[in-house]
Design a protein around this ligand. Sequence first.
Ligand code: NAD
Length: 406
Amino acid sequence: MEKIKMPHPIAELDGDEMTHVLWGKIKEQLILPFVELNTEYYDLGLPNRERTADQVTRDAAEAIRRLHIGVKCATITPNLQRQEEYGLSQLWKSPNATIRAALDGTVFRAPILISRVKPVVTSWKKPVTIARHAYGDLYKAVEYRVPGKGKAELVFTDENGVETSRQTVYQFSGPGVVQAMHNRDDSILSFARCCFSYGLSVGQDVWFSSKDTISKDYDQTFKLLFQKVYDEEYRTAFEKAGLTYRYALIDDVAAKVIRSPGGIIWACKNYDGDVMSDLIAAASGSLPMMTSVLVSPDGNFEYEAAHGTVTDHFYRWRRGEKVSTNPLATMVAWAGALRKRGEWDKNQRLVDYSDCLNQAGLDVFEEGYLSEDLAALCDPADLKEMPDNDRLLSLIRQRLEVLLAQ
Ligand code: NAD
């Protein structure tokens, strides 16, 4: 079979540890035999970030903006222990944070569902996708440990130095804590646009939740800006596509999602999204089955697995042990990026190949060949084998060849 051509490149961001090893194997065994892969390659492995003083991460983010599509392998976010392990000159920032900031993007996380691993929530027939606002709130908060009696105030001074607001936060009669958070209209508007664009692109309803009954200015602003963007920019397209947007209180949405069949995008403020994406992951099956897409309001897409570099497997693999790492989310990331390229280029062969790549892994898992993380979760009667990485990829390769020949 003639290899599938790919006239326009995507940005490829390689990473660290076990996922870096899998990255190479997935390319070598599942992609390169079938596709004339056209990527701009960036090595975001920690040693190369150190060598380039993290310039490679900034270059990679720029490449995603330029090429509009990227696929990323998991990377180490260094802490003090990693600094020692890799001899780093400094604690480089999380590459994901750098890329998110450069693209002003929203992260959409959805679980991959397979019938062998039943979601804890039995009504879910389709994945629930969490869209997490990735700017501000708790994550950019200013905090103070109040030592004792005194008054905490919230003061705003405008650009001319004129104090336009002063409110008492609390009159302390003893020690306590105080915190100030912020967000920006432009970031909230981008977030709303990303959610509605993504909803349209995957054909799913969008629900946005906050707590505007209690937070009458802060959360209310989110609610109003979402509604404005929907009414002015997306309502017509949503109605044409038979989709809906709804706003509700977060407690209401949390209760409704549990009883829904899934297949919705739940847009969450930063902290809510942090909590809910792990909850959805655990309730759906397992963290290694979560996929992640970063979407920017001007239409750039970065696909990745939500899990990390699987350090524990890497150390075992380095000692020569056989390990059984789940490759599905990384394969789904590749399939998503290649499919998007195929759609935009009207390259039907690339679209079909991407769908087969997606399906091949699922089929092998559905047959009962499960990686270690899922083997532990499924009914033992459903487990045919727990293959190591090489065997699992060769099973997926066989299945992929069958699907491509059909
Ligand atoms: P992790 O996701 O790598 O692992 C958490 C647990 O889940 C481990 O027990 C691991 O064995 C298991 N697991 C994860 N993915 C798996 C898979 N595909 N197959 C089987 N088991 C899997 O998270 P961690 O251990 O907290 O972090 C390891 C490294 O990854 C850290 O250096 C961290 O900075 C980095 N990290 C990167 C990203 C990213 O790039 N998106 C996300 C999270 C963590």
